[in-house]
Write a protein that binds this ligand. Structure first.
Ligand code: CMC
Length: 431
């Protein structure tokens, strides 16, 4: 990355300095402020990192104004319509789509590592049966670090590759067990001769009393949902993984930190919140009331599944997701009134000045809940599915960060607003 001819000049307290400006391959130019504090004594203040590039990356490109999302240059809709999740994982990890030989080897490697150590399985019995599956996922995935720490050497590509394969392979097994645990069902071991998505659905839904018959349409829909959620550049959970790993911590624990960040309703938890909102709205005639609430500054209510920090246009994932919702519902012969509510809500919002002016469009989570519900999942599992898909993104970004010579421990500063220095007062003298 070479500095461009343009410079960013800043004058503060009579001193002028020039800061380098970089051009990315695409996207906005970036001012390098690394020297700013040393040369001017100034920090920058950017809560929520609205104007901050926290790292260099080659993996995912988003143009939020145009509604573009690409993994290593491949548009998301092409990958979702024509590719599959395993080749998308390979792409995100290696930068190129695999040849058929590379694909077979990679797929086999992942499926081979999808079993869990018997001791890990024992963790589940410590959780309450009514625990949220995301809480179980955080705990059990974090616990993998206790099994794979002894030979940890993140500078060793062999360790990194092994950790990569294990994390991708075990996440669906852990997630499916979290689901079955809440239902009191026996756990189902993974199958190496099924697709990643098909195997996950089997581990969730198999009834041991009957033969399991794979539903190809649902497996394909699941696979597509995984592709759509696989990576999204420096979102909150990915930044969490990068920040946690900047201290060179155990990668399994870092990915567990990503799961935590994903859980919130402003991020991955929005799919669960969006479906709950559609249920609350219930019927089309109640939409105007909820639109008014979303616009009311004194009401904390927001349209869940609407708006995005980066997309100021239709989220390209939402288009594919909407189509997938229709396909799954049609296939299952379900006439879900919530789909009608969602489509009418979208129509009303997109013709309302409040949403137009703020460029608020449906995001990927708006239609994913309806789809996952039609597939048979309870809403508490929606974010878990997002976590399975995003694991590859977290891992790819962890690998990129850890091998970036510019990476150093993430250590933001602050604007201090607390008291200035004062002397300790013994308790007996405090009024
Ligand atoms: N409903 C109503 N108003 C909204 C919404 C919404 N969903 N989203 C943003 N606004 C308003 C907001 O009140 C503000 O208005 P004003 O300028 O008058 O104060 C304006 O739009 C800008 O909002 P913001 O909070 O500054 O935007 P942000 O970039 O900080 O927040 C967001 C992005 C995704 C957190 C937010 O749009 C939101 O809370 N959406 C609902 C939750 C959701 O669907 N999250 C999933 C994101 S996609 C999945 C993922 O990648 O994780």
């Amino acid at each position: 990355m070479k500095p461009s001819k343009e410079k960013f000049t800043i004058t503060y307290k009579g001193k002028t300095i020039e800061l380098p400006v970089y051009h990315g391959r695409q996207g906005p130019d970036v001012v390098d402020i690394a020297r700013l504090y040393k040369e001017t004594g100034l920090f920058t203040y950017d809560p929520g990192y609205r104007s901050t590039a926290s790292c260099k990356s080659r993996i995912t490109f988003i143009d939020g104004d145009k509604g573009i999302l690409e993994y290593y240059g491949y548009p998301i809709d092409q990958l979702a319509r024509n590719g599959n999740f395993m080749e998308t994982c390979y792409l995100l990890l290696h930068g190129e789509l695999p040849t058929s030989v590379q694909y077979e080897e990679f797929n086999e490697d992942i499926m081979k590592h999808s079993m869990l150590h018997e001791q890990i399985v024992k963790f589940y019995s410590g959780f309450r049966r009514d625990a949220h599956p995301m809480a179980v996922l955080v705990g059990v995935f974090g616990a993998l670090s206790s099994f794979y720490h002894e030979h940890m050497n993140i500078d060793d590509p062999v360790f990194r590759n092994r950790a990569t394969v294990r994390m991708l392979a075990k996440m669906p097994t852990i997630a499916a067990m979290a689901y079955r645990y809440t239902l009191g069902w026996t756990f189902v071991d993974p199958r190496g001769d099924m697709s990643y998505a098909g195997n996950f659905l089997r581990m969730c839904f198999l009834n041991p009393m009957y033969e399991y018959e794979e539903d190809e349409v649902l497996s394909r829909a699941m696979d597509r949902i995984f592709i759509l959620h696989a990576d999204h550049e420096q979102n909150a959970s990915t930044s969490t993984v990068r920040l946690a790993s900047s201290s060179r911590a155990n990668p399994y624990a870092c990915v567990a930190a990503g799961v935590v960040s994903l859980w919130g309703p402003a991020h991955g938890g929005a799919n669960e919140a969006a479906l709950n909102m559609l249920k609350e709205i219930g019927t089309v005639d109640r939409i105007p009331h909820f639109i008014e609430r979303a616009k009311d500054k004194n009401d904390p209510f927001r349209l869940m599944g609407f708006g995005h920090r980066v997309y100021k246009n239709y989220d390209p994932r939402a288009k594919v997701m909407q189509q997938t919702a229709h396909e799954v519902l049609k296939h299952k012969g379900i006439d879900d009134p919530l789909l009608e509510v969602a489509m009418e809500l979208e129509r009303v919002a997109l013709s309302d000045d409040y949403f137009i002016e703020r460029k608020l469009y449906p995001n990927v989570d708006f239609y994913s809940g309806i789809t996952l519900r039609a597939m048979g999942f309870p809403s508490s599992m929606f974010t878990v599915m997002f976590a399975i898909a995003r694991t590859v993104g977290w891992v790819a970004q962890w690998r990129e960060g850890i091998t970036d010579p510019d990476q150093s421990i993430g250590r933001p500063r602050q604007i201090y607003l607390g008291p200035t220095m004062r002397d300790y007062v013994p308790m007996s003298e405090r009024g």
